[in-house]
Ligand binder design. Structure first.
Ligand code: ADP
Ligand code: MG
Length: 293
């Protein structure tokens, strides 16, 4: 590849909203045959909304929202922002947690108003030997069957509520998947979210391979496994948890609307957060190389 041709390619890339980290990236795009897509913030908007609150018997909804909202206010996760905003809207000002920790891929924990609060996956509660009562288990199952994410709330050793949050599929995602397939790539949806939600998103955008309920650190292993099968893997992600997996992929594509860590780890940045640019990037790179070989 001559330097001039690569510059032409990257200049056109900038026009399309694609930033290319180095010329070697173009070469890689020729080989990729599989594209792994993170769900939240990549295929979906990542802008979640709090849709419903299901409380266990005897629990006060306002108290649930105050404590869960306060803790989530300290987190940057899209789910956390939805819970905090939804809570503030319903109950007003939220207390400031006395202690807070983010548990990647599981949720948040901390101290609010002297209570030890957990907000996140059922699995986070299980780590503290707590389980959902039957009524909340049912609410969770119904929410997930409807393609929503169910978040558990517990404090002082007891499960108190299930919150329903959901985000929307980006209106450009289905078209992007069609274009990626047309380039000969096999799309795979990868997410830490539950299988029912992931399947519903996959169906909506036309992806038939789903790998769900994967912990952030295991996303790297999923990509390694695909590579061990002899595939050349592109990965698209946006989140702070996606940096390692973007680095592991043969071609890492970061959503420009995502975190700095993801952008730092990617080989390519899709400036506008539009997944169609992933297909544009691969087509453009192949074309750039094609004209000069
Ligand atoms: P994704 O792979 O879809 O980007 P993550 O790995 O960030 O998702 O999170 C996986 C799951 O962990 C979420 O679907 C949610 O159930 C739970 N979770 C993570 N962070 C939070 C949080 N701050 N509040 C509530 N739940 C959370
Ligand atoms: Mg994500």
């Amino acid at each position: 590849a001559t330097p001039t041709a690569l510059m032409v390619g990257t200049g056109r890339g900038a026009q399309l909203g694609i930033l290319i980290k180095s010329p070697e990236v173009l070469e890689t795009t020729r080989k990729v045959d599989t594209i792994v897509l993170d769900k939240t913030g990549t295929v979906t908007t990542g802008k979640m909304t709090l849709l419903a609150v299901h409380t266990a018997d005897g629990q006060d909804e306002a108290e649930v929202l105050r404590l869960a909202g306060a803790l989530e206010h300290a987190s940057e996760h899209p789910i956390a922002q939805a819970v905090a905003a939804g809570a503030a809207e319903r109950v007003g000002a939220l207390p400031v947690p006395e202690d807070f920790a983010n548990i990647a891929g599981l949720g948040v924990q901390g101290i609010v108003d002297g209570h030890a609060v957990l907000v996140g996956r059922e699995r986070l509660l299980a780590e503290w030997a707590m389980e959902l009562p039957v009524g909340l288990e049912r609410a969770k199952a119904e929410a997930e069957a409807a393609g929503r994410t169910a978040i558990a709330v517990a404090w002082d050793g007891e499960a108190r509520a299930v919150l329903e949050v959901a985000d929307a599929v980006k209106d450009t995602s289905a078209e992007a998947i069609r274009r990626l397939r047309a380039l000969g790539l096999t799309p795979i949806l990868l997410t830490g979210d539950n299988k029912a939600v992931a399947d519903s998103v996959a169906r909506e955008v036309g992806i038939d391979q789903v790998i769900a309920e994967v912990m952030p650190e295991d996303k790297v292993n999923v990509v390694k496994r695909l590579q061990a099968e002899g595939r050349s893997v592109a990965m698209v992600g946006d989140g702070v948890n996606d940096a390692a997996v973007l680095a592991q992929a043969d071609l890492g594509l970061a959503m420009g609307t995502g975190t700095d860590a993801a952008i730092e780890a990617g080989d390519l940045t899709l400036v506008r957060g539009d997944l169609r640019a992933a297909a544009d990037a691969i087509r453009l790179s192949r074309k750039t190389l094609g004209t000069i070989k």
